[in-house]
Design a protein around this ligand. Structure first.
Ligand code: HXC
Length: 510
């Protein structure tokens, strides 16, 4: 018996060494942790249970029959994050560059299927040279099976990808299907075709970092939802995100202890809106003042900054926040912000996370680049996402809510449950100046008359009261009491039961 126990221990020690100490040292020299070190940081101490530690590939081409490393380049299993179950795979760059073989894919598929069966999130730590070149089509088949499982899991369990090294070619499509992608600055990159192919085909000279580094994907392409300084920070932040999320689409997000009085009044909010309606203010300040303990987990912080998206807790329960940001493009909706917010709203709705919408939007951004870029279709994504969402929806209009953007931003007409406005709200078809110039075109030459018409329009329409008279606004509230009103609103909606008509699936304007 002792001999067998020793053999098990020896085999485990070999598997844990992956591609060997030389390659582990090389990984560390690049500032990267190993696959196992990452899992240790991600999960609660001692909670990891591994699957398939001894699984090896079956390839015999190119001398591969002489090279078997137990585990085959990916460490898989489950564990807990603050006591809640998650499944994880972590690609081991020290083993054949973390490349994906038939067996490597089977290991990922196994934990994907278990996560689906048992209703727990899947976290993928990606660090891979792509398809195992020696395996050819077997590797491609393996990728496609992983993709298919990603698709089946979408909207059923949260899927989070962390890119911690290379992720190139078709390998990018598994993360792309998942709910959130995070990258590590300077050590990770994602692209469909690398710099060499780009040079050959388009004659562009670009570095891997420029083409697909964390900065590119968080600021330009919006492929990634966040970038972190190093492996440790990335894994810590993933733990923080998981704490906001339910384990699956039938589970409620965890309710955490809170120390912040839900009835807390914040007098500073009464002066948040500047006297001049064209002067910006920072909407993030409002979010931080509403949230329990001022804790806001922002998603896509560096992209389409004219809209803010992220998670907060109110009375300990997770709430998704979507908010126009007047400091950027005056808070206008445009292509990028519509896409960003629509995807976030759909994530929240898929996982029963209530949505708080904070509105200060002067309209959709005008211009040829927006129209040629299809702002109609992209704006419709956000409209569609809000309209189909059945989760509790509470909206607060702080200042401007003009035109189509008023409708889009979780208005009463899109089944908003509580639609509040501050006294400073201006709800109208358009701004007073533009409206006057159209309605009173004949007076355009007379500055005094135009000024008077503009003032009349402002007095009549640049207020929340016309909408409140119609019942489109449920109540005009004091800014200082917003946290209390919003907390009570969500508390009253805890048993909300709204279902859309049966359909195979919708046809959102993609
Ligand atoms: C097999 C691979 C590999 C791969 C790397 N290795 N990529 N083995 N298949 N795809 C091995 C190397 O041989 C090396 O083995 C070890 O991993 C580390 O690689 P290095 O090149 O020394 O590391 P580094 O200099 O850091 O460069 C990393 C790299 C580079 C940029 C990822 O290895 C590379 O370009 N690899 C090939 C990438 C690629 O073309 N993949 C296929 C993409 S197409 P030793 O024994 O020396 O340690 C694709 C299609 C998927 O993925 C389609 C899905 C639908």
């Amino acid at each position: 018996m002792n001999k067998i126990l020793t053999e098990l221990n020896d085999r485990r020690a070999i598997a844990r060494l992956g591609g060997g100490q030389r390659r582990i040292d090389a990984q560390h020299a690049k500032g990267k942790l190993t696959a196992r070190e990452r899992i240790e940081l991600l999960l609660d101490e001692g909670s990891f249970e591994e699957f398939d530690m001894f699984k090896t590939h079956r390839c015999v081409e190119f001398g591969m029959d002489q090279q078997h490393i137990p585990g085959d380049g990916v460490v898989t299993g489950w564990g807990t994050i603050n006591g809640r179950m998650v499944y994880v795979f972590s690609q081991d760059f020290t083993v054949f560059g973390g490349s994906l073989s038939e067996t490597h894919a089977q290991k990922i598929c196994k934990i994907q299927e278990m996560a689906l069966q048992n209703g727990a999130p899947i976290i993928g730590l990606n660090d891979s040279g792509g398809a195992r070149i020696q395996e050819g089509v077997d590797s491609l088949a393996g990728y496609a099976e992983v993709f298919q499982n990603n698709i089946m899991a979408s909207g059923v369990v949260p899927q989070i990808s962390v890119i911690m090294g290379p992720c190139a070619g078709g390998a990018v499509y598994s993360p792309a299907i998942t709910d959130f992608i995070f990258m590590v600055k300077d050590s990770s990159y994602m692209f469909v075709t690398g710099p060499d192919v780009v040079k050959t085909v388009t004659n562009e000279v670009v570095t891997a970092e420029e083409l697909g580094g964390a900065s590119t994907h968080t600021k330009k392409s919006s492929v990634a939802d966040g970038a972190f300084e190093n492996d440790v920070e990335a894994l810590t932040e993933v733990r923080r995100l998981v704490d906001f999320l339910p384990l699956n689409n039938r589970d409620k997000a965890p309710r955490r202890p809170f120390f912040d009085d839900p009835a807390r009044v914040d007098a500073s909010l009464d002066t948040l809106i500047p006297d001049n309606p064209n002067q910006p203010y920072d909407m993030k300040e409002l979010i931080l003042k509403l949230a329990d303990e001022g804790d806001f987990y922002e998603i896509q912080e560096d992209f389409a900054k004219n809209i803010l998206t992220g998670f907060v807790r109110l009375e300990g329960s997770t709430v998704g926040v979507v908010a126009n940001q007047p400091t950027v493009l005056a808070g206008c909706l445009d292509i990028d912000s519509s896409r960003k917010a629509a995807r976030f709203v759909r994530f929240c709705d898929a996982f029963e996370i209530p949505i708080l919408t904070l509105v200060d939007v002067p309209g959709f951004l005008p211009g040829t680049s927006q129209e040629y870029g299809g702002v109609i279709k992209h704006g419709a994504k956000l409209l569609f996402a809000y309209g189909e969402a059945t989760v509790p929806k509470v909206t607060v209009i702080t200042r401007k809510a003009y035109g189509g953007a008023y409708d889009v931003m979780a208005s009463k007409h899109l089944r908003g449950d509580f639609n509040y406005a501050w006294p400073s709200a201006e709800i109208a078809v358009m701004g007073a100046k533009g409206a006057t110039e159209i309605i009173h075109r004949a007076d355009l030459g007379d500055a005094d008359k135009i000024a008077q018409h503009t003032k009349d329009y402002e007095d009549r329409f640049a207020t929340p009261f016309v909408a409140a008279e119609r019942g489109f606004i449920d109540e005009v509230i004091m800014p200082q009491s917003t946290r209390r009103r919003v907390c009570r609103a969500f508390a009253s909606l805890r048993n909300k039961n709204l279902k859309n008509l049966w359909k195979k699936h919708d046809n959102i304007p993609l």
